[in-house]
Design a binder for this molecule. Structure first.
Ligand code: HEC
Length: 145
């Protein structure tokens, strides 16, 4: 019995080990989670940074990606929840000097992979809440680093 238990444990470790070694190229293109922090990491951190403090413009991204930790500080200490929600759902509508709008319209993207308005809303709400949880206190410039 003991040998059997050990054999099962070893087999389990081998299976988990083999999974861990799979190359990251097999990561899914879509992340179906509804958890705000996971959505953020998957869909937003590329441009806004893992710490959400923004990124400078690059040739590929003509406008700097905003520092998302200072949205409250830049609005008199009040997190502009509705505005942030609107930007995520419908885009910022800002466009760069070249006419491109580098900030994707997430409402459309989320709806494309799961055409269920409730799930789209849940994802956006959780993202907004996650971003709200990252707000720093005090007034800063809001410039990307
Ligand atoms: C391809 C790059 C890119 C990705 C990915 C991206 N953003 Fe952005 N985002 C930008 C850029 C560039 C801006 C600044 C220009 C603008 O507002 O259009 C911006 C602006 C914003 C703003 C407005 C901030 C302000 O100062 O008012 C919010 C909110 C935001 N992004 C949230 C998100 C969230 C949430 C995600 C993930 C679901 C995300 N972004 C993914 C590039 C990106």
């Amino acid at each position: 019995m003991r040998t059997f238990v050990v054999a099962v444990l070893v087999a389990g470790v081998l299976v988990i080990g083999a999974r861990a070694q799979r190359p990251s190229a097999r990561e899914p293109m879509l992340q179906k989670t509804t958890v705000g922090s996971e959505l953020y990491r998957f869909y937003c951190s590329n441009c806004h940074g893992l710490d959400a403090r923004g990124r400078a413009a690059t040739p590929a991204m003509q406008v700097a990606a905003s520092n998302l930790t200072v949205l409250a500080a830049n609005h008199g200490g009040v997190f502009p929840r509705e505005a942030v929600r609107d930007i995520i759902a419908h885009g910022s509508g800002r466009g760069s000097v070249h006419g491109a709008n580098d900030m994707p319209v997430w409402g459309t993207i989320f709806r494309a992979f799961e055409p269920n308005d409730t799930m789209v809303d849940v994802r956006i709400d959780n993202l907004v809440r996650y971003i709200e949880s990252l707000q720093v206190s005090g007034v800063t410039t809001g410039q990307a680093h």
